[in-house]
Design a protein around this ligand. Structure first.
Ligand code: ADP
Ligand code: MG
Length: 673
């Protein structure tokens, strides 16, 4: 930057520039004399030389005493004015206009009165004449002139000093102003910086405001969409409201109509109520009569069963299976009863040739016929449904509250399991007594529920092998824990018997029974692999605890229904029991035979009304104690193989069954409470 020059230095400079013009000549140049030089000036050209010769006297003194202040008289007014005007111009150009203004406003320094150009500054010559060149001898005159000039010079000096003073004042003032202006400038710069900061901040604010505006515009757009949607919804709601209003009106009309109908209906209801009360009384009366009839039916049914005998024996002969030898004709025959072929078969004859006698005599072997008569005989062609029909009456007895026990007796392979559980493959035609009996129970219980009876059924299924009891319904970890089950009284003083550790499963539909039979079958299969053909050497006892209640009449009836698949009744020839395995088998067979003979003995004792019935002699009879007594109904199926090779065992079975059939066990009584 160009250094600021103070106005004073400017003024000084101006003055310095002009000074030589003044100091260069001892004589003050006259206005106009600079332009024109007269001949006298030429003559006076020697004067300076003189002054120089005179030495460095007065002229040097003048210069030193008034160093640079040029006598104003040498400066024309025009020059002074120009100088005065030049200062502000230069200041103004270099500094600010305010300084220029200040200087312009300055009063012009009191100048020497203007002289007309061409007029001399010399004092008027006495006599009013223009002083001409004084002769050399006129020293006085010259002195006078000199004095006059000196005086004028002094005046000018004074004037210039004043002017200088003024200029210095002005300079100070200008400096002060410059300072003030500098301060003002800094203030302004600061303000400018602040304003810039504010402007930047304003810009930022503007930016954020713009984005806010954009955002608001967007929101406004969304709001507008929402408003439109709401308006649409409003329209829809109004429409719906109109629809509802119409419907309401319609409903009101309907209500009025309904009210009218109601009042007429109420009258009708009142009359119907009366009628209903009469009907209810009638119904109650009929219910009583029905109940009386039901009880009568039970009594008569029981009488019929008793007439048939509380212990009955049915003989069933299974068909010859594919691959089995055809028995000789007449080996087994089914003679008709006294009523002819229309009578249900009750007789069976087994004809066996006496080989020994035939061989000895050489004649054809004579045949021995063994005739048996039972309550019913089922020839090989009899279906499962036919067999069940005959026992369904007994199942009814169980519902009526009489203990029922159905056995299947016979040698292994004679069809006991087929009779009790059914044939293979889940064919409904081949279903055995257990599933059929349960289905029958469920359906009859359902019918009786209409008369106020409710029934519940709890099933258990155990196996008795070698005098140990095993649960066939065991699941999970309890599987295969044979021998842990014990037969115990249900409670102290209780007649009821239960098997400890055995599952008692509540059943109410066929599916559940199916699942139980399947489980028992699986459990038996597991045991079979472990213990060779165990199933044929064990008794399977399926028991169903039936409990019937008639809450409104406070009646209860309960009885067990037992369906027993006995172990194979075949006898082992003791003479053959020599091998290590055979001994074990003999022991098993003896156990089986012992339990089967105990069963026979129990039946005999009951029949003979003996005081002691040996129930406790076997697990089987002990478990069935409550199903084999005076109040119980017993049915024994004797299953017979159709094969000639089994003739001996068949005869044994038929003989055992005949003995049982001859038994008559006392009058059964329903377990009513
Ligand atoms: P058990 O239980 O007395 O040892 P099963 O019931 O196992 O005898 O019967 C032996 C075989 O004879 C089985 O294959 C069985 O399906 C069949 N069977 C038994 N009785 C009949 C029958 N009435 N009709 C058809 N097949 C039968
Ligand atoms: Mg069997």
């Amino acid at each position: 930057m160009e250094p600021q020059r103070s106005p004073l230095s400017e003024v000084k400079g101006n003055i310095e520039l002009k000074t030589p013009l003044i100091t260069g000549s001892s004589r003050l140049p006259l206005p106009g004399s600079r332009l024109k030089r007269g001949p006298e000036q030429m003559e006076n050209a020697l004067e300076p030389e003189k002054k120089r010769i005179r030495g460095l006297g007065p002229s040097t003194k003048i210069v030193s005493s008034r160093p640079r202040a040029a006598p104003l008289s040498t400066m024309s007014q025009t020059q002074g004015q120009v100088a005065a005007q030049k200062v502000p111009k230069k200041v103004g150009a270099r500094s600010s206009t305010s300084v220029a203004t200040v200087l312009k406003n300055q009063k012009p320094a009191p100048a020497v009165p203007a002289q007309k150009p061409g007029t001399s500054a010399a004092p008027p010559v006495a006599g009013g004449k223009k002083p001409g060149k004084r002769p050399a001898w006129d020293l006085k005159g010259q002195l006078c002139d000199m004095t006059a000039e000196l005086k004028r010079s002094r005046e000018r000096t004074q004037t210039l000093s004043q002017e200088n003073q003024q200029l210095q004042d002005q300079l100070r003032e200008a400096q002060q102003q410059a300072e003030a202006l500098g301060t003002e400038r800094r203030t302004l710069e600061e303000e400018l910086a602040r304003v810039r900061t504010q402007a930047e901040q304003g810009q930022r604010e503007l930016g954020s405001l713009s984005s806010r505006v954009l955002e608001l515009e967007e929101r406004l757009g969304t709001q507008e969409g929402l408003v439109q949607e709401l308006q649409k919804e409003q329209l829809e709601l109004q429409e719906e409201r109109r629809g509802l209003a119409t419907r309401l009106e319609e409903q009101e009309r309907r209500l009025e109509a309904s009210e009218a109908a109601l009042s007429s209906s109420q009258a009708e209801v009142a009359s119907l109520r009366q009628e209903a009360a009469a009907q209810a009384a009638l119904l109650a009366e009929r219910g009583d009569r029905l109940h009386g009839l039901e009880m009568e039916r039970r009594r008569l049914h029981n009488q019929l069963q008793e007439l048939k005998g509380n212990i009955r024996v049915f003989c069933r002969v299974r068909p010859v299976l594919p691959g089995e030898p055809t028995p000789p004709p007449g080996f087994l025959s089914f003679p008709s009863g006294p009523g002819g072929p229309s009578d249900l078969p009750t007789r069976l004859s087994l004809s066996r040739s006496d080989d020994r006698r035939g061989t000895l005599s050489g004649a054809p072997a004579p045949t021995t016929r063994h005739d048996f008569s039972f309550d019913r005989v089922f020839p090989p062609a009899s279906g499962q449904d036919e067999v069940f029909e005959e026992i369904s009456m007994l199942v009814q007895s169980a519902l009526d509250g009489y203990p029922v026990c159905i056995f299947a007796y016979g040698q292994t392979g004679s069809g006991k399991t087929f009779t009790m559980e059914g044939g293979p493959g889940g064919d409904p035609q081949l279903e055995g007594l257990i599933p059929r009996a349960l289905r029958h129970l469920f359906s009859v219980a359902q019918e009786l529920s209409g008369q106020g009876w409710t029934y519940s059924f709890v099933a258990s299924y155990v196996e008795i092998y070698n005098e140990t009891v095993r649960d066939l319904l065991a699941t999970g970890t309890r599987k295969g824990q044979a021998g842990e089950c014990e037969i115990r009284r249900a409670g102290p003083g209780s007649e009821e018997l239960t098997v400890t550790n055995a599952r008692y499963v509540s059943v109410s539909c066929e599916k559940e029974v199916e699942a139980l039979l399947h489980l028992a079958h699986q459990n038996r299969a597991v045991a079979r692999t472990a213990q060779n053909e165990r199933s044929s050497r064990s008794h399977s006892v399926f028991q169903l605890q039936i409990l019937g209640e008639h809450p409104s009449r406070g009646l209860q009836c309960g009885a067990p229904l037992s369906l027993v698949d006995l172990a194979g009744s075949e006898r082992l020839d003791p003479s053959l029991a020599f091998g290590p395995g055979e001994r074990e088998r003999l022991r098993e067979t003896q156990a089986i035979n012992s339990s089967l003979s105990t069963l026979g003995l129990v039946i005999m004792a009951l029949s003979n009304k003996e005081s002691h019935v040996p129930y406790r002699n076997s697990k089987l009879t002990y478990l069935l104690q409550n199903s084999l007594g005076g109040s119980a109904k017993m049915l024994m199926f004797v299953n017979i193989s159709p094969l000639e090779e089994n003739a001996s065992e068949s005869l044994n079975s038929l003989r055992f069954a005949s003995k049982v059939n001859q038994c008559v066990i006392g009058t059964a009584q329903a377990n009513k409470k």
